[in-house]
Design a protein around this ligand. Structure first.
Ligand code: ZN
Length: 436
């Protein structure tokens, strides 16, 4: 070693003012760092810009070296001349794993402003590091934080033209859309000034919708949650009534034979049974995952941010998308946050507007049974309707005379048949997509 033979100092900086420990940290040399600390190197030595070895370990995301430094007494919230803490540096370089490590294990502050008033979330939004944004939002970093120019993280994402970052920053909270910077501009106005038309459009639209809903226009606000379930339910009932009235009991058609009658009523039975599962699917909890925010909201102002579990396997593996920034949970695999229900749903399949509910772990079988029963009913009822029309003894021979006869004498049955085929294709498409 140069140190032992030539007497190089571990305590003094090099010609540019940098310390040996900083270089070791930047290159993730754990043994070297250990050696330097054991031989009198100062863990908290600062270069001319006020950065310590720990700052340099954040640049490369060198977790092992950071561990050695912190164990050796490095100050976790050391700030350089710009006011950057390690949490700033980690987000400037997109080192999400490092950020997670220092916050969860060493309680580094993830929401501290630098000298310009910019928090790590500002930097993550500006640089467009999605995983950092996700982690910081999960940690409850303040998205409304304004820097010295009055800009929020959303302003920065809009200036940079990062659509994904804007969307993520707006998830669960649209308050930031109306915030103006020191020159009086909202994020949407900044985006259009920078010619990011898509973003300006998205932000403008989201804001209008948000304001419309919060101005007491509750119907539009409730509409997505109310969904189309009542419409679908009525449609099925009307459809069935038409069937009973114009096909089974039609006065101008001969009476049903016993066997055919059973088949005809079986269609009604299956469709009505389907409605029971429709109701179950629509009213059940689809598998909502308990949110982690209720007890958090009772915390006092000065209490620390949401605690994050250190060494969570999903996060160690870098699966940052499993963090739900709204529910503040680490989602299990196959779970997804539904933006309509605003909850995370286990084994999320899709949000079905027709049943006004998510289809997930707890109601996917109800959904499947509902559709299968309705499809079976449709096959039977359309078969019955077609046979009834064709078997009419008054019907003339040939397709088009028969069609015109049916359209004058059996208009109800014909309408039913056409609607039935129409519904059938819609529902079978769903069965296929569900079964695969
Ligand atoms: Zn969620």
């Amino acid at each position: 070693m140069l140190v032992e033979y030539l007497g190089f100092s571990l305590k003094e900086p090099d010609a540019l003012g940098y310390y040996a420990l900083q270089w070791a940290a930047l290159n993730n040399r754990t043994d070297t760092a250990q050696y330097i600390i054991e031989h009198g190197g100062d863990v908290n030595a600062k270069d001319q810009s006020g950065q310590t070895a720990l700052h340099w370990s954040a640049v490369r995301g060198s977790i092992q070296v950071a561990e050695v430094l912190l164990q050796g007494g490095a100050w976790v919230d050391a700030a350089d001349v710009n006011g950057y803490r390690i949490t700033h540096v980690a987000t400037q370089y997109g080192q999400t794993a490092f950020l997670y490590y220092v916050v969860s294990k060493w309680n580094a502050n993830p929401d501290v402003p630098d000298n310009e008033g910019r928090s790590p979330l500002h930097w993550a939004a500006y640089k467009g590091f999605m995983d950092c944004i996700r982690l910081l939002l999960y940690l409850d970093a303040n998205r409304g934080c304004q820097d010295r120019e009055g800009c929020t993280p959303l302003h920065w994402a809009a200036i940079k033209g990062n659509l994904e970052a804007c969307t993520l920053l707006l998830q669960g909270s649209q308050e930031g859309l109306a915030v103006t910077d020191n020159s009086g501009l909202t994020p949407a106005q900044l985006a259009s000034e920078k010619k990011h038309r898509k973003i300006a459009f998205l932000l403008g639209n989201t804001r209008r919708l948000h304001e419309y809903r919060s101005n007491g226009n509750s119907l539009l606000g409730k509409l997505p949650k109310l969904g189309l379930a009542p419409v679908l339910c009525c449609a099925i009932v009307v459809h069935l009534t038409t069937y009973i009235h114009s096909v089974i009991m039609a006065s101008n058609l001969p009476k049903l034979t016993a066997g055919f009658g059973i088949l005809a009523w079986l269609g009604v039975f299956l469709s009505s049974a389907g409605l029971i599962w429709f109701y179950r699917c629509s009213s059940k909890d689809p598998g909502y995952i308990k949110m982690n925010v209720s007890d958090h909201q009772n915390l006092k102002e000065d209490e620390p941010l949401l605690k994050i579990e250190a060494n969570h396997p999903a996060l160690l593996a870098g699966n940052w998308s499993q963090l739900c920034t709204t529910c503040k949970i680490i989602k299990p695999l196959r779970a997804k946050h539904c933006s309509t229900c605003d909850r995370c749903v286990e084994q999320f399949d899709h949000h079905c507007p027709w049943v006004s509910n998510c289809v997930g772990k707890k109601n996917k079988w109800d959904f499947f049974l509902f559709i299968v029963l309705e499809v079976m009913a449709m096959v039977i009822t359309s078969g019955v309707a077609m046979t009834r029309i064709l078997m009419d003894p008054m019907a003339p021979v040939g397709f088009s005379p028969m069609f015109s006869h049916a359209s004058t004498h059996h208009i109800g049955a014909l309408t039913f048949l056409i609607m039935d085929i129409f519904y059938f294709f819609g529902a079978s498409a769903l069965v296929v997509s569900q079964a695969t």
